[in-house]
Design a protein around this ligand. Structure first.
Ligand SMILES: [Zn+2]
Length: 188
């Protein structure tokens, strides 16, 4: 773990709505990020079924606008956490996949694996909408093949977030694979 974890505490528990047998515990953890910021993570977890959910709340709001880049080359890197603010643009250049800035809640807080899985289901939906002899199919199947490899940690790629306002985060598993480049607020 590259970030420092502290103050993990159980704050509440209640009966699981999913299996109706287990108890869901809410665990609150504050992470100290490498740059001195803090992030609050609320983890919901059932002790009987597989119900699991994470919520993240950045505790520090003013951050430098910048371009965050993470190189992913193994399974461990897939666990790196991602927080994309609504103004952040997220992309994987090697696969030509982009999430444009905007309120796409499913891409707010996840890890790299979660990003890949969401891209995969989006590409699959798009593929289904095409005829089998559509000229794009070959290229799409290639992307799907690489996404599959990526989930297994067998495809090297770059995850890039461009955030012109500040607020997005990458918390890398391996700090040496992460870079942050400041950008000036764009003059219009
Ligand atoms: Zn349950």
């Amino acid at each position: 773990m590259s970030e420092t974890k502290r103050n993990s505490e159980l704050i509440y528990s209640f009966k699981c709505p999913s299996c109706d047998k287990g108890e869901i515990s809410i665990i609150k953890t504050i992470y100290d990020l490498p740059d001195g910021d803090k992030m609050l993570i609320l983890k919901f977890e059932c002790n009987k079924c597989y119900f699991k959910k994470n919520d993240v709340i950045p505790l520090t709001t003013n951050r430098e606008p910048g371009i965050m880049t993470l190189n992913i080359s193994n399974e461990e890197d897939l666990k790196s956490k991602i927080y994309r603010s609504p103004v952040g643009k997220l992309e994987i250049p090697e696969l030509e996949l982009i999430v444009e800035p905007g309120p796409r809640a499913d891409f707010y807080y996840t890890n790299v694996e979660g990003v890949i899985l969401r891209f995969e289901s989006a590409v699959l939906i798009y593929r289904k909408s095409l005829d089998d002899n559509h000229p794009e199919i070959k290229e799409i199947d290639e992307i799907l093949k690489n996404l599959k490899k990526a989930i297994e940690g067998r495809f090297k790629f770059t995850l890039k977030i461009t955030d012109t306002e500040g607020g997005s985060y990458i918390i890398p598993q391996d700090k040496t694979k992460y870079t942050f480049k400041k950008i000036k607020k764009c003059e219009e």
